[in-house]
Design a protein around this ligand. Structure first.
Ligand code: F3S
Length: 638
């Protein structure tokens, strides 16, 4: 058996490990960040549970930390109070980035973790099955200790050889992205094997697992060895070490071989993490900004390597270099060993430990500017400047280029840090709050609005088609991801005002006037991200059903979680619907209960249409009860 399936097997609660089949696994740990966490905790609150059912649940504040209005701090205070009420560890703002902190403080070989952030797989470096999921799934995992997913297949990435000095872990994952593309890992677990692993430190492996998310992979996993133990010792947690590896004759569904000795420094060009080229091709490109940090590259080793390059040099006049260490421990260590002074002396701006520029919270680049970043994503506009060009690079290239003023991989020998000191981490317990008081009153400031709830399915449903759209409607069309809307992730009524605003600016008014209704879409409705708000907002607006030629997988689940019927129609069905006409779903409750086709009647013309709705047993319960929150008592199990 491969390692991924060994860990899954040890946690399997329902189903069999056959790729594509639904399974349920037991969850040991959860994590949330503040941007998705507020909604996850509103959902947890609505489930009316006591202490969380997992071994360790942590609520991090790392995304929306700029306090230019009251909204972000309202969210932080809400999360702090919920954490106290349910026995969740609260990580205060400034403590660092969730994945870096989880790795340092709580990761354990062989455990399972779900987190409401897509880079949760970072902890796969520790031999964990660590999966990013929607907020509601994480809330359910906190309440029940369970997580439902489609069993992934496993791709083996076999590493041989040893990388050259100036080749970093970032270059390895960029090479894999270049080979497999951003779709190469969908519904797969990437499992690393081979003697090349031994040359990679635990945090190198974390960088690689982190950007497995950019492959679209469910997660990535490394076996454990002396390097794992070395890291756990640094963290003062050697007793957490367990040796884990695949069987000699383990089976995999696919295989990719990478000889580390053939690699060179790489760069991902705008606007996709798989637009990867050799750094040499871009040597000399003029730059304006350099950002070192994020959950991908903010480890102690990353910071030390960057500091060594910067030491005794000066950041180019026209370049703004910003550095955000991954955790308060790392920042304390850098300040103690002098590396922080080397960075500051070179002219770097030190940011507080958190996501910051990665999520567009501050440090937006110059208009039409070029920004080199050690982060994991370079989608257009994510930096906060729509026409800026963001290139993804290693911390080494970032630091060197900041000095030169142009992209460079021409390192001088004395810039190389032969060995990163394996110093014990300075543990700062003051940023972690472990308190449990079930009587805690939850703080609900004006930015926190209740989570929308669906209604039990009526015998018939009637309403107007309030919007008819074409193919490839993305979650971003449904709820824009504009950085100005980020502080309103816990305020669905405010977000609703912007629903479909890029497609039809009258949608919100129409949906409100008609008290909801139906939406008709084309192919691949809801594509893009797992953004749960793209289902929460229609739920709030009382959209009861969406008819589409096809649905994107995650969005379909999110609709069902919200009690909205995702009904598949054909082209004839698409033509049957007219925006503004009124329709009735006849005996829809009975049809759902008995797995019958859905019959729809146009109330004006009396024409009828028969459409498909295929639901798994668990999904049927959610639809009948108006969503997962209402059905949790029945579905939550033990
Ligand atoms: Fe934060 Fe960026 Fe990672 S927003 S969690 S640093 S991908």
């Amino acid at each position: 058996m491969n390692l991924a399936y060994k860990v899954l097997q040890a946690h399997l609660k329902e189903g069999e490990l056959i790729p594509g089949k639904p399974i349920c696994i037991g969850i040991d740990q959860t994590l949330t960040q503040d941007s998705t966490g507020t909604m996850a905790y509103l959902q947890l609150e609505a489930m009316d549970v006591g202490h969380v059912a997992v071994e360790k649940a942590v609520a991090y504040i790392d995304h929306n930390m700029l306090q230019t209005g009251f909204e972000n701090m309202d969210d932080h205070e809400f999360i702090r109070s919920v954490a106290r009420k349910h026995g969740i560890t609260f990580s205060k703002p400034g403590n660092g980035v969730c994945h870096q902190l989880q790795l340092e403080n709580f990761s354990k070989p062989g455990k399972t973790l779900v987190g409401s952030d897509s880079h949760t797989p970072t902890c796969g470096a520790m031999g964990m099955i660590a999966i990013g999921a929607g907020g509601l799934d994480v809330a359910v995992a906190m309440a029940t200790g369970k997580y439902y997913l489609q069993c992934p297949s496993v791709i083996q990435v076999n590493l041989t050889g040893t990388k050259a000095s100036w080749v970093s872990a970032k270059d390895i994952i960029l090479k894999i992205l270049q080979t497999l593309s951003v779709k190469g890992g969908v519904n797969k677990i990437v499992e690393y094997t081979g003697e090349g692993i031994a040359s990679l430190s635990l945090t190198d492996r974390a960088t690689i697992c982190n950007m497995g998310a950019e492959l679209g992979a469910t997660t990535s996993i490394f076996p454990t060895d002396e390097r794992t133990l070395e890291y756990l010792k640094q963290q003062g947690r050697a007793e957490d070490y367990v040796e884990l590896k695949a069987d000699e004759d383990a089976k995999y569904d696919e295989r990719l071989d990478i000889d580390l000795s053939t690699l060179e420094p790489m760069v991902a060009k705008p606007h996709s993490p798989d637009a990867v080229v050799s750094a040499k091709e871009l040597e000399g490109m003029h730059i304006h900004q350099v950002v070192i940090g994020s959950c991908t590259n903010s480890s102690f080793a990353d910071m030390m390597r960057a500091a060594k390059i910067l030491k005794g040099h000066q950041v180019a006049d026209h370049v703004s270099l910003v550095i955000a260490p991954g955790s308060s421990s790392i920042l304390a260590m850098l300040s103690q060993n002098g590396a922080l002074a080397d960075m500051i002396q070179a002219g770097a701006r030190i940011l507080e430990c958190g996501c910051g520029p990665c999520i567009g919270m501050g440090q937006a680049p110059l208009s039409q500017g070029v920004s080199l970043r050690t982060i994991n994503r370079n989608f257009k506009g994510r930096s906060g400047t729509n026409d800026a060009s963001v290139y993804l690079v290693s911390p080494e290239i970032a630091a060197l280029s900041a000095i030169k003023g142009y992209l460079s991989c021409e390192f001088e020998d004395d810039m190389y840090l032969d060995e990163v000191p394996s110093t014990p981490f300075i543990k700062n317990k003051n940023f972690f709050i472990d308190a449990y008081d079930p009587e805690t009153e939850v703080y609900m400031g004006p930015n926190i609005k209740p989570v929308p709830r669906g209604e039990n399915l009526d015998a018939d449903i009637q309403g107007k088609v309030v919007l008819k759209v074409g193919d490839n409607i993305s979650t971003d069309h449904i709820v824009p991801s504009d950085s100005k809307l980020l502080p309103f992730r816990s305020n669905v009524p405010h977000l609703a005002k912007f629903a479909f605003s890029k497609v039809d600016d009258q949608f919100y008014t129409r949906a409100k006037e008609n008290h909801g209704g139906f939406i008709v879409g084309g192919d691949n409705y809801g594509q893009g991200s797992s953004r749960e708000h793209a289902a929460l907002v229609p739920n709030y607006l009382k959209i009861r059903a969406i008819f589409a030629l096809s649905f994107a997988r995650i969005h379909r689940s999110n609709l069902i979680n919200n009690g909205i019927l995702p009904i598949v129609i054909d082209q004839q069905g698409y033509d049957f619907f007219n925006q503004e006409d009124e329709y009735v779903l006849i005996n829809v409750k009975e049809s759902v209960e008995n797995d019958q086709p859905i019959v729809v009647e146009n109330r004006r013309t009396k024409e009828k249409l028969t459409a498909k709705l295929t639901l798994a047993p668990r999904e049927k319960v959610m639809i009948l009860q108006g969503g997962l929150l209402n059905a949790i008592k029945e579905l939550g199990g033990d």
